[in-house]
Design a binder for this molecule. Structure first.
Ligand code: PGA
Length: 248
């Protein structure tokens, strides 16, 4: 079964209304057949994406761990779905490291997203220390198993995984296609151990300093099905080139 490539732009806490307008206009001019493109702006700008005509999809960068209620400042999965959002990034390393989200919290958010009909983009990744200590697979397995144990491999039929080595995020140090492919294959094999069919259909994105000039070689690896793009998603020409690399 062929997996449709997916490229998601994670603006993090960047961007303005005018940037959203320009980006959407810039991408509308491109023929992006064969790639699914998801834009993940900060909450205030989601409406610019959901309201845009065309094939772009909207994703949130975060979601509440709980359902609606007295949780000042939180945004629920039901609200995101209600506003036309289709994806949500879960377990990004910045949320894990800076906002103390542990595996249990990530598994809760994953469930909220799926219950509301959103597709979680579940981020997994090791730090430099963990990689140098030879613990990459153990860390990825722990992060993945936290979700598999609670929700089962079948739930991944309605999810996307993003492998994002923490040492490659925002550092300009991209994992080589071989390094990334090895971890992607590990993830797919681990899911296949529980559900072979789901594993075959599962889209596994690579994230971490993907740029216009390294996207094609990364996306050429057999188990890399697209990218989660941070910095380069803030440059319209770069982001469009990355989407085109995935489409090809
Ligand atoms: P980067 O970020 O492309 O700027 O490295 C990727 C991410 O954090 O999703």
């Amino acid at each position: 079964m062929a997996r449709q490539p997916l490229v998601a732009g994670n603006w993090k806490m960047n961007g303005r209304q005018a940037f959203a307008t320009d980006l959407l206009a810039g991408l509308a001019e491109k023929a992006l057949a064969g790639v699914e493109v998801v834009i993940c702006p900060p909450f205030p700008y989601l409406g610019a994406v959901t309201g845009a005509a065309g094939h772009l999809k909207a994703g949130a960068q975060n979601v509440a761990r709980t359902e609606d209620g007295a949780f000042t400042g939180e945004v629920s999965a039901q609200m995101l779905a209600d506003c036309g959002c289709q994806y949500v990034i879960i377990g990004h390393s910045e949320r894990r490291a800076l906002f103390a989200e542990d595996d249990d919290c990530v598994a809760d958010k994953y469930q909220r997203a799926q219950d509301a009909g959103l597709t979680p983009i579940l981020c997994l990744g090791e730090t430099l220390e963990e990689r140098e200590g030879g613990d990459t697979e153990a860390v990825i397995a722990r992060q993945l198993d936290a979700v598999l144990a609670r929700h089962g491999a079948a739930s991944l039929a309605r999810a996307v995984i993003a492998y994002e080595p923490v040492w490659a995020i925002g550092t300009g140090k991209t994992a080589s296609p071989e390094q990334a492919q090895a971890v992607h294959a590990f993830i797919r094999e681990r899911v296949a151990g529980q559900d072979h069919v789901v594993a075959e259909g599962l889209r596994i994105l690579y994230g971490g300093s993907v740029k216009a000039d390294n996207a094609a070689s990364l996306f050429g690896a057999p188990d890399i099905d697209g990218g989660l793009i941070g910095g380069a998603s803030l440059d319209i020409a770069s982001f469009a080139a990355i989407c085109e690399a995935a489409a090809n």
